[in-house]
Design a protein. Sequence first.
Length: 447
Amino acid sequence: MSASAEPTRLRRLDLGRAATDPSVAAGRERLIRRGAVPDPIVRDGARQIVADIRERGDAAVAEANARYGGGSADGRLTLERAELVAARDRLAPPIRGALDQMIDHIRRFAETQRPATTRTVVTPGIEIERRWAPLARVGAYVPGGFAAYPSSLVMCAVPARVAGVGELVIASPADRHGRLDDVLLGAAGLLEVDAFVVAGGAQAVGALAFGLSGSGLAPVDRIVGPGNAWVTAAKLEVFGEVGIDLPAGPSEVMVLADETADPAHVAADLLSQAEHGPDSPALLVTPDPAFADAVEAQIARQLALAPRRAILEHSLASCGLVVLAPSRDAAISFVDAYAAEHLSVVVADVEEAVARIRNAGSLFVGPYAPESAGDYASGANHVLPTGGLARSSGALSVEMFGKYVQVQRISRAGLAAIRAAVGAVAQAEGLLAHRDAVEIRFAGAET
C-alpha cells in the first residue's frame, strides 16, 4: 500500500459533544457499563451442559466434545503425565529457551506476592492468627482449538506452583483434527502439571468442577484462567460448588496517547490485541484529532502487510473505536471509568497520568511497553479482568491459589473481656443461645 492510500477509518466518539448530544452521552455510558457476563442464551446453554456433566460425568463430557469440538482424536479425556514429560523433552531449543525465560520472569514477580501468616493480639487473652493455606487442587482452563496458548498455561501454572498448590489440573481443547499442540503439552511438562483434561468450553469447566470418575480425576477446589463466553458462563454456573477467579469476557485493549506518541507504535498495539478476534475491543483515547488521523493511516499501512489481515479488519470494523476527548483531564477520566483489561499510556508527563489511573487490569507505561510484552515475557500476569471488572478485580496472582484460615485463641481472661459485649449484642439480635454459650463458661464461678 502506498503512503497516499486511504487510511483505515475507525468509528469515533467525540466526548466533547456529550453535554449537547444525547447519543454521545449514551455511547459513553454503554462503553463504561459494558459487562463481562455472557448473554442469557449462552448462560442457558452452558447451564445445560454443566448440569449434564454433573449428572453423567465422563460420558457427558465426551458427548459435548463430539458435538461442540475440543475432543482428542482417540476420544481420551485425559493425558498421562508421561506424555507431558515426553512433549517437554521434544521442545526445540529456541522455544524451550523462550518458555524457560518466560517462566523465570513470571516466577520472579509471583514470588513477591507470596502471602504471609500473621498473628494479632487483639486484647490480652485473645490472639487471632491469619494463616495462609495453599489450595489442595486447582484447575486452570487454557484456551485452544483454533490456536494454542502455552503462554496462558504458564500464566496459570507458575503462580500456582509459587503458592504451593497441591495438585494442578489443566483443561484445554484439541484442534479440529483432534490434536493438541506440542508446545502447549511441553509447557505442561516443564511445569510438572499433574493432570491434563482434553476438553473445551463449558464441558471443560464441568469436568474440572465435578471430576471425571471414569478417568480417576477428582474435582478441583477452584477454577482459574481465561476463556470465551462459554467458559465464562460455565464458571458462573459452577461457582458455589467450586471457587472461580472471575468471569472475563473478550480480550480488550485501550491506548491513551497524545502527539508525543509514535502513531506507528500505537497502531501496532491496537492491531496486536485486535488479533484476538472480532469481539475484542481496541480503543484509542486521545485529545488530538490529528494524532488519531495519523494512527488510522498507520493502521492501513500495517494491515496491508499483515498475515492475518482478514481477522484484523473484521475485528476493527466491529470493535475498533477512536474516543476523542476535549482535554487531557477528560481523556484520563474516561480511561479510568472504562477500566480496560490492557491499558497503554503514552503521553507527556506519563507518570503523572499513570498515578491518576486507578482502574485497569494491567498498565503499559511509555513507548517501549507494548501489550505483547506483558502477554509473554515481562513477568506480569496476562490473565486479567475484562468488561469493566478492573474496577473491582486485579490480575491473576499467587493469592488466588490459596486462602486465609482464621485461627482464634481465647483464654478465660480474654473471654471475660468481651463477655458483656457478646451478651448485649446477642440479646439485641434475639440470639440468646449465643449469649448463653459464653455465660455457661462462667456459671458457678466468681466473676
